[in-house]
Design a protein. Structure first.
Length: 529
């Protein structure tokens, strides 16, 4: 079970030996400069995107669709249509003057195609523009129904501009006399500017904006100008959440689809019992537009910045190739320096294409062609030595050479041998420490005795003392194989053998005996210039 959990670990790390000393990655000045440039550009682009996003200048995703509706109701409490007299050089009479009304606005409501209730006179506020009153009409209520029943009726509206009727006058209003009425129709041009208002969602400011669409209408005394208008509605859903979805819903008029016609006065006169000079008929269109606006989330901004940054950082691949090549060249030069220490005093200069153009040694120029041939050979051999297979081959040859000198049993001893680790104990534990050390020494000597059949020099203090006393004499006299000196010769021969055994006194300083010396300064001398 523990092994299974260990295999499932997704956070394992790999050991990365240092290339040399404290460096586990090869880095260069050029790589550092490119890192600043590339990551600086990526960070700057991220700041740019975040600034654009915070100021609402990033384009949202907008989806527009259309659908057919059978039942829909819409109410509007603001101005949806406006009439304005177009002032020309020979236009003098204002048809909407409340003290002398020539064209009287009246609103008719149709329920399932029939007029309901009494027509409503328009109580418009006085708004003057260029000396003429601007007529604003508000409070629109419309519906479309597939059933067209009393419970779900279809409501339509008609705005009529006709001859002033006293029954439609509001307080403070008067109809124009016949002289003013005749004078109005006798003017060379009687034009009205019809302005119908639609709405549009402003994606920059995240608000609904009102837009007026204009149309010119000519008023004639003997005809009725009719406009049949289909109001197209739009449902807009706006997601303004910066991290999670946050929807806001809007319903508004997005377009007017109209058709114009010139009719005789009798067309409406027979129904309404008075002359209508202009009629504006409103009905909801059965085609509804649906719009979905989704503003970029923070995650999308970061993703876009990340994709651009990834594209920019593709250039870093070139820097990586340069660093890999530089690392490979440094490794080759390091191998050559290990075998030829004088190589460290050689300075090689290369051009931008990596070709050797000058070689110096101790401040003196070398023959370039001759050095290239020699250097090429050394590089080829160094490349072979850097390969894993060649390193294994070299270790195997060393093993075979050692086995020709030492027995397998002697070499096998290396698995149990090592440098004693010297530590300092506190005062109460020093006696115990010395006992442990002596015990370890005796154990090692016993092992050597059993495995190598060698008697250690320190196994008996009396023998050691005797050997020390007679050592000078034995150097002068040859060892005689008799009863008096035979045993002493045997001990001296054993002493010579043990000097070649593993019972050599090792110290902590031996740990760094074969460590590669720090040659960073030489590496700097051999760098490409």
């Amino acid at each position: 079970m523990l092994k299974l959990l260990e295999n499932l670990d997704q956070f394992g790390v790999a050991f990365q030996p240092n290339i040399k000393y404290s460096k586990n990655q090869h880095k260069t000045v050029i790589g550092g400069i490119m890192s600043i440039i590339l990551y600086g550009l990526s960070f700057a682009y991220l700041i740019y995107l975040l600034t654009q996003w915070s100021q609402g200048q990033t384009l949202p995703k907008i989806t527009n669709t259309q659908r057919s509706i059978k039942n829909y109701e819409y109410k509007l409490n603001e101005t949806y249509v406006q009439f304005e007299t177009r002032k020309l050089s020979q236009t003098f009479i204002d048809p909407f003057d409340p003290n002398a009304i020539v064209l009287q606005p009246v609103v008719y409501t149709f329920k399932n195609g029939l007029i309901i209730d009494e027509p409503q006179a328009v109580n418009y506020p006085v708004q003057i523009k260029e000396g003429f009153i601007v007529l604003n009409i508000s409070n629109l209520s419309l519906s479309i129904s597939d059933e067209k029943s009393d419970q779900a009726p279809e409501i339509e509206v008609m705005i009529a501009l006709g001859k002033c009727q006293k029954r439609f006058l509001l307080e403070g209003q008067q109809c124009a006399n016949q002289t003013i009425t005749d004078g109005y129709f006798q003017q060379p041009t009687n034009s009205l500017l019809l302005r119908q208002f639609v709405k549009e969602f402003n994606t920059n400011d995240e608000i609904l904006e009102t837009i007026g669409r204009e149309q010119l209408i000519s008023i004639q005394q003997n005809y009725t100008f009719q406009i049949q208008t289909f109001i197209r509605m739009q449902e807009t859903n706006v997601d303004t959440g910066f991290l999670f979805e946050q929807m806001q819903k809007y319903n508004f008029i997005v377009d007017y689809r109209g058709s114009n016609a010139i009719l005789g006065l009798n067309y409406f006169g027979q129904i309404l019992s008075y002359n209508i000079y202009m009629s504006l008929y409103y009905k909801i269109d059965n085609i509804q537009q649906k719009q979905i606006i989704i503003y970029p989330k923070l995650s999308e901004v970061l993703a876009e910045a990340g994709s651009i940054a990834s594209t920019i950082l593709l250039i870093s691949y070139l820097v990586i190739i340069l660093n890999e090549n530089q690392l490979y060249q440094d490794a080759i030069n390091q191998v050559i320096s290990l075998y030829f220490p004088d190589f460290a005093s050689i300075k090689i200069k290369k051009n931008i294409l990596g070709q050797i153009i000058q070689v110096e040694r101790d401040g003196k120029l070398l023959d370039l062609n001759s050095f290239k041939i020699q250097y090429s050979k050394l590089k080829r051999i160094s490349e072979i030595k850097l390969s894993i297979s060649n390193q294994i081959y070299e270790i195997s040859r060393i093993q075979i050479i050692l086995q020709t000198i030492f027995s397998s049993q002697f070499i096998n001893q290396s698995h149990q041998k090592g440098i004693p680790l010297q530590t300092s104990y506190l005062e109460p534990f020093k006696d115990e420490q010395q006992s442990i050390i002596k015990m370890d020494v005796n154990t090692n000597q016993e092992n050597l005795l059993k495995q190598n059949q060698i008697v250690p020099a320190s196994i008996d203090s009396l023998i050691e003392k005797k050997i020390s006393q007679d050592e000078s004499q034995q150097k002068q006299q040859p060892c005689q194989q008799d009863t008096s000196q035979g045993e002493m010769c045997h001990q001296l021969n054993q002493r010579d053998q043990i000097k070649k055994s593993y019972d050599i006194i090792l110290q902590e300083s031996d740990f760094e005996l074969l460590i590669l010396q720090n040659r960073d300064q030489n590496d700097q001398d051999n760098k490409i210039k």
